[in-house]
Structure formats: structure tokens, C-alpha cells
Design a protein around this ligand. Sequence first.
Ligand code: SAH
Length: 226
Amino acid sequence: MLSPERLTELVRGVGMTSQRTRDRMVARLAEQGIRDARVLATLASEPRHLFLDEALAHRAYEDTSLPIGHGQTLSQPWMVARMTELVLEEAPARVLEIGTGSGYQTLVLARLVPELWSIERINALHRRATERLRLLGAQQVHLRLADGGHGWPETAPFDVILLTACAGELPAPLLAQLADGGVLITPLADSRGRQWLTRVRRQGDHYERQRLEPVRFVPLLEGVIR
Ligand code: SAH
């Protein structure tokens, strides 16, 4: 068990994981066009370094994606900030995330949206993220080990569904679990395999796609790894 003092020390960080380093990262994000003050404040205060293995923690605040094991990656800070901005634009009450991964994007969302569900298909990542989120006081997030392509039907509809892995096609169950007026925010591959951040808005039975910017994510995969 961690003592409360030790936990505070860990969260605060030191050297390359210190508050100064976080502040520098946030200043860069602002220069790169991230405008939402709530997003910047959250990234300035949350310990991204605790979502990586100790050997990589010193690189947590570089503007780069980093490995989290099992062939998966923690997205670069800019991507997390941008996706969070897009989510907040909707002023959503209920958000579903597919691809918990390390749990860092999950934590950032948990601080900013009223109710959050998140699904991961790799048990080891799911368990570690559950532990970290509990430690950091975000135990209100609903986490599930499952194939996120099926969504979370019992609690649908959602105002926003966010995918942090790239699909080749939009999963039909996810579209069906959007509230009217709600959006799916996802990387989506085009016919040449290039990935685009894409926003799909539901209007009744109609889904309107908007292509945003080029991105790079790991693929959305099927099934569960226990
Ligand atoms: N947002 C994460 C990014 C992790 S990378 C973070 O901040 O760390 C994408 C994650 O999506 C991986 O953990 C991968 O295992 C997961 N994933 C891929 N396909 C999935 C699926 N069908 N259902 C649930 N999770 C999936």
C-alpha cells in the first residue's frame, strides 16, 4: 500500500516528471493550437508519467507517443489534447471511450465529463488502467474488458463515442449507440490506408462524416485477450 505522502510525491514528480516539465508541455500545446483552457489545465495537473513504465517515465512530457506494452501506445500529448477538445465541444453528459490503453486519456476525460465509460480488449492493460485510475481518485469511471466494437449497449445512448484505435470501417453497433445529435470521434483509414481523424454526427437515421486531420493510431482489433 502507498502512503498518502508517497502518492503525493509520485504524482508531483521530480526532474523530467516535475511540474515545470508539465508546464512546458502545456505551453507547447498552446502554441500548437490547443485553445481550451480546461484541457490545458487538466494536462498541466495530471501525472502522465504514472501511465508509463518507470524506464520511460522521464519521456512522458515529450510530444511523442510511447509504448505501453502489448504492441500498444500511449498517444502523444497533442493528440490527447485535441481529442479532448473535440469531446468537450459537444458539452456531453455521457461519453464512451474505446481503447482504455494506459488509462491516461481516460483520466483526462474523467476530470472533465460528467459520466464516462471506457472499454479495453487486453486484460493486462485493462487491469493496470483500473488500478491507476483508482489510485488517482477517478474510480467513478466505468471500465470494462471487452471488444469495444460492440459498444456498451446496456448504457447507450452516448453523446460522444471516442475511439483511440483506428478502424477501417465505422463499427455499426457504435453508430447505433449514439444519441440523436451525438458524435463519434475516431481515426478512420481511407482506401490507401492513410488515417484521418473523423467526426461522425448522428442526425436521426442520417450520419454525417467530417474529415479533420491526418493522424496515426494503432488498429482497432477484434476479440478479447485475457
Ligand atoms: N487512449 C490510450 C491509447 C491506447 S492505444 C492511452 O491513452 O493510453 C489503443 C488501445 O485500444 C489499445 O490499448 C488497444 O488494445 C485498444 N483496442 C484496440 N481495439 C480495441 C477494441 N476492439 N476494443 C477495445 N479496445 C481496443
